[in-house]
Design a protein around this ligand. Structure first.
Ligand code: PLP
Length: 430
């Protein structure tokens, strides 16, 4: 087995910090997570049990004064920390171990959320496992369902965890290359290439849509083709849907498990990392066909036991939130998408507008200062000389040299940060 290496994306973040560059390398924001999450987490940590949480929910500032036996003036002088300390429940359930495969209320919330958006309701007791983000979800899933030597169809460019995890579990990726059609300004899947990969034998396809790094959103025809191929070759689909609510220009994300005849061969991997702007919370879930759930839960339990209990409480609150929380999400990113696209194009990058997710995978060969550099040299030049961190494109490919022309920029940071990056690019490369 090849040695497992450190993530290049996370390395670029460290270099960004070292060089005080605007960090457009790793896909996490510098803006606050959704308040439903935060409030749900805080009340679970302080409240300790459902009764005390309900009490905290209804508490006014005036009630606090009465409860602590202090008048408004004295209360006004008390540090918030002391007030909160005195509201903490001395009894506790929610900072402790809970069911390894997820709190019942969170699994319920995941089932209802899935039904709300995709029209099918997975069974919370038999099909849902709460995990530590999509990363652990995929790894528990791969270990539970595949055997060393099994083939796995992976689209490249890819999220680096797919080949890295396949390597850890001795699986054999069969790479299929998505290609940029610069005239139509879209990324396309070559069906013949997918057919050829399937013909070599594969247990499953990993399908990430909306896609990182290209922004491709697999459309109804792509999905129908892949579903048909899976039925024909008796393959599973392992989806990675963490950008499900970030789709632009009136497009719509489709869940493979909702397609006719695909529920029994689709494993959905999802998390609140992107939807809740909470990449550090490490809460996600896997929806699996019933007969595989026990194996997935057993691996998950053995490796990590469970996702943090109080953060599961917060996650349930977010997933139960009003539909507008999810429906309006794309608009925020759309403004950033437009700003960064304009800034990159101004200095010579070629960019096909992403249809979804929050990355620009952009060809830098038209940028005078970068055009003769390798992707790593170009990325280092941008960090050290320009003050903008990106990720070298070849990091997202394993076969061929098509990644050699690209850099990936994440546009999930605050608009001010993106504008700052634009100004730096213009100043040094314009
Ligand atoms: C496509 C894709 N999958 C998975 C992850 C990691 O997800 P999580 O934080 O839920 O483990 C990322 C993070 O950027 C990603 O882009």
């Amino acid at each position: 087995m090849a040695k497992t290496k450190e993530s290049v994306i996370r390395l670029m973040t460290r270099l960004a910090v070292q060089h005080q560059a605007v960090n457009l390398s790793q896909g996490f924001t510098d803006e606050a997570p959704h308040f439903e999450l935060v409030w749900g987490g805080v009340t679970a940590e302080l409240g300790g049990d459902d009764e005390h949480i309900e009490w905290l929910e209804g508490l006014t500032i005036g009630d606090i004064g009465d409860k602590l036996g202090v008048g408004p003036e004295a209360l006004g002088q008390m540090p918030l920390r002391d007030v909160l300390a005195r509201l903490q429940n001395p009894r506790d359930r929610f900072n402790q171990y809970s069911f390894p495969f997820g709190l019942p209320e969170l699994r319920e919330a995941i089932a209802a959320y899935t039904e709300r958006f995709y029209g099918f309701r997975p069974d919370p007791d038999k099909q849902i496992t709460v995990v530590l983000g999509a990363t652990e979800g995929l790894s528990s899933l791969l270990r539970a369902t595949c055997e060393p030597g099994d083939g796995l169809i992976v689209f490249q460019p890819f999220h680096e965890m797919y080949p890295a995890q396949a390597n850890i579990f001795g699986l054999e990726p069969r790479y299929v290359t998505l290609r940029e059609d610069t005239e139509a300004a879209v990324w396309r899947m070559d069906r013949d290439e997918v057919r050829a990969a399937a013909a070599k034998g594969a247990r499953a396809i990993i399908l990430n849509t909306p896609h990182n790094p290209t922004g491709k959103v697999f459309d109804a025809e792509d999905m129908a083709f892949l579903a048909e191929l899976c039925r024909e070759h008796d393959m599973w689909v392992f989806t990675d849907e963490i950008y499900e609510h970030i789709v632009y220009d009136g497009g719509k994300h489709q869940c493979m498990a909702a397609l006719e005849g695909m529920a029994e061969r689709t494993f959905v991997v999802n998390s609140i990392s992107k939807t809740g702007s909470a990449t550090g919370w490490r809460v996600g879930w896997v929806i699996s066909p019933e007969q595989h759930t026990t194996a997935i839960r057993a691996i998950h339990d053995t490796l990590v036991i469970q996702a943090p209990t109080p953060l599961q409480k917060g996650t349930a609150r977010l997933l139960n939130a009003d539909a507008s929380v999810f429906g309006d999400m794309w608009e925020l990113y759309d403004r950033k998408r437009q700003a960064l696209m304009a800034a990159l194009r101004q200095v010579g990058f070629q960019v096909s507008p992403p249809e979804g997710s929050y990355y620009l995978f952009s060809n830098y060969r038209g940028v005078d200062a970068l055009k003769d550099m390798s992707p790593m040299d170009a990325a280092m030049f941008l960090i050290e000389e320009v003050g903008v961190a990106s990720v070298p494109g070849d990091n997202f490919y394993r076969v061929g040299d098509e990644g050699m022309n690209y850099l990936r920029f994440a546009f999930c940071r605050s608009l001010e940060q993106i504008e700052e990056a634009g100004q730096r690019l213009q100043k040094h490369l314009g």
